[in-house]
Design a protein around this ligand. Structure first.
Ligand code: GAR
Length: 199
């Protein structure tokens, strides 16, 4: 991978995927969060600059456009080659995609297009499917709908809870997301679905 590539990771949660991306020694230059969250501690432990662009409203009053503008101002100061969402909890306006076309990746805990949205694991259990998984895709203005780069199945076990199933999916995400990011950058952001060596 070109030594000068710059990646920004965006996170809002526990940061376990972020931790895997850091461990894979990807060129992460900053972590952006939208709230106080454990992912910020993981960034600091990895000596990575952490920028919080606080989202101050979660209701109908949320101004997606001006929040995205604020976030873009922070991101553009760094001018990354790639933005990797890792459990980022805010849907952004189309301005992000316009400014970084095909340069924003997301990992999602289902086999898209099945189970879009914030409760993908719960919804897969409720649908009583036998297999779910995770999807790495290009993030576009439409939620969980951009071009798919890689998917990996994860079986649902008898007695699985949302927590146990999500934990197993995350174990897979931690392996595949760093590989997909590296391969995506190495291919100069080719949008074709990928083959990934899992081991
Ligand atoms: C991951 O499972 C990721 O796929 C999911 O959030 C989790 C983040 O985990 N993202 C979404 O559901 C996006 N729709 P983490 O906070 O432990 O890194």
């Amino acid at each position: 991978m070109g030594q000068n590539k710059k990646i920004i990771v965006m996170a809002s949660g526990t940061g376990s995927i972020l931790k895997a991306l850091i461990a894979a020694e990807l060129p992460i230059v900053a972590v952006v969060t939208d709230r106080k969250c454990p992912a910020e501690d993981i960034a600091r432990d990895g000596n990575i600059k952490c920028i919080r662009v606080t989202r101050d409203s979660f209701g109908e009053t949320f101004d997606r456009k001006s929040y995205t503008d604020k976030l873009l101002t922070a991101i553009l100061e760094i001018n990354p080659d790639l933005i990797a969402m890792a459990g980022f909890g805010t849907v952004l306006s189309e301005d992000l995609e316009k400014r970084f076309p095909n340069r924003v990746l997301n990992t999602h805990p289902s086999l898209l297009p099945l189970f879009k949205g914030w409760h993908a694991v719960r919804d897969a259990l409720a649908a009583d499917v036998k297999v779910t998984g995770c999807t790495i895709h290009i993030a576009t203005a439409e939620l969980d709908a951009g071009p798919i780069l890689y998917q990996q199945e994860v079986p649902i076990m008898p007695g699985d809870s949302e927590e146990s199933l999500h934990k197993r999916i995350k174990e897979v995400e931690k392996i595949i997301y760093p590989k997909v990011i590296r391969q995506f950058l190495d291919s100069d952001c080719n949008l074709q679905p990928m083959n990934i060596e899992l081991h």
